[in-house]
Design a protein around this ligand. Structure first.
Ligand SMILES: Cc1cc2nc3c(=O)[nH]c(=O)nc-3n(C[C@H](O)[C@H](O)[C@H](O)COP(=O)(O)OP(=O)(O)OC[C@H]3O[C@@H](n4cnc5c(N)ncnc54)[C@H](O)[C@@H]3O)c2cc1C
Length: 264
């Protein structure tokens, strides 16, 4: 079956083309081209946009805006995105990171989507031609989305407030057993005043750890005080099973790695 490639200079024209049956947006292509090569017959055309604004990184006033076509490699080497560099570097190896985009990562099914786990903890806004929405809302409805994502925007985390951990069996570029990101605000004596935690591989897409977040409030990050948060970590999760790990294994090791992220 033939596969057409349609290139547009504007998001508006690409959006119109995407409404056709069998049309899929082409970001870096690391997943969608692989699907085509593997014989996904639901695909009949790939739609791409050349608008340079989609590849722009803007950092100012404590906020960052990443165009949807920005690659993981570009995030990892940007001097003002140090906090996000570990999450960008967690995606594949160098060849994948040179192609894998921020926009594509938002759609990547578990065990992928490591960078999106970080964006979810940062409470990013997802921008499409139709408007903006919180990343959590976007993730809930992403399977039905036909819109072109143009950018993500988020407040840059204060130093020491943002943590990211990817757990994999193969180093340095194995697929995730799980990934965790946490944005923690603390008083000067270390008491947690707000916590936003996201998990990857604990559902079919990145999810918030709301029970653990709640249990952390008022705690110091010591093994003793975080114990209730670790006990609550699995609430609402539905880990995936794949060749890397079973759902059971993922559920067992989640509190261990959350504890290391919080105390370490
Ligand atoms: C060998 C290998 C290793 C990998 N390792 C990891 C890993 O460790 N961690 C990880 O998170 N991922 C990993 N991935 C998955 C993937 O590379 C990344 O998730 C990447 O960020 C996907 O982005 P992309 O631009 O390549 O997406 P594409 O393949 O271009 O697109 C993926 C999906 O998103 C849609 N899409 C893309 N951009 C947009 C947009 N702007 N608007 C609307 N829809 C859009 C496409 O239509 C498609 O459905 C790996 C993939 C491979 C092949």
């Amino acid at each position: 079956m033939s596969l057409a490639l349609q290139t547009f200079s504007t998001v508006k024209d690409a959006s119109a083309a995407l409404q056709a049956a069998g049309a899929r947006y082409l970001g870096g292509g690391t997943l969608v081209v692989r699907a085509a090569n593997e014989g996904d017959v639901s695909l009949s055309s790939l739609v791409r946009v050349t608008d340079p604004s989609l590849s722009r990184i803007a950092v100012s006033g404590g906020k960052a805006r990443l165009g949807a076509s920005v690659t993981m490699a570009a995030v990892a080497r940007h001097p003002e995105l140090n906090a996000l560099s570990p999450a960008a570097r967690a995606v594949g190896g160098p060849a994948i990171r040179n192609m894998a985009t921020v926009g594509g990562n938002l759609f990547a099914p578990a065990p992928y989507g490591d960078f999106t786990v970080a964006l979810l903890a940062l409470d990013a806004i997802v921008v499409t031609e139709d408007g903006e929405m919180p990343i959590e809302t976007f993730l809930t409805g992403r399977n039905a989305s036909r819109a072109v994502v143009t950018a993500v925007a988020f407040p840059l985390p204060a130093a020491e407030s943002f943590r990211f951990r990817k757990v994999s069996r193969v180093k340095p570029k194995g697929v995730s057993v799980l990934s965790i990101a946490a944005l923690l605000q603390r008083t000067s004596d270390g008491v947690v005043t707000s916590a936003r935690i996201a998990f990857g591989c604990m559902a079919d897409r990145p999810m918030r750890a709301k029970a653990a977040e709640k249990a952390l409030l008022g705690c110091k990050l010591t093994s003793k005080e975080i114990a209730p948060a670790l006990a609550a970590a699995g609430a609402g999760t539905s880990p995936i099973t794949d060749p890397i790990a079973s759902a059971w294994y993922r559920a067992e090791v989640l509190p261990v790695h959350l504890g290391r992220l919080l105390v370490g």
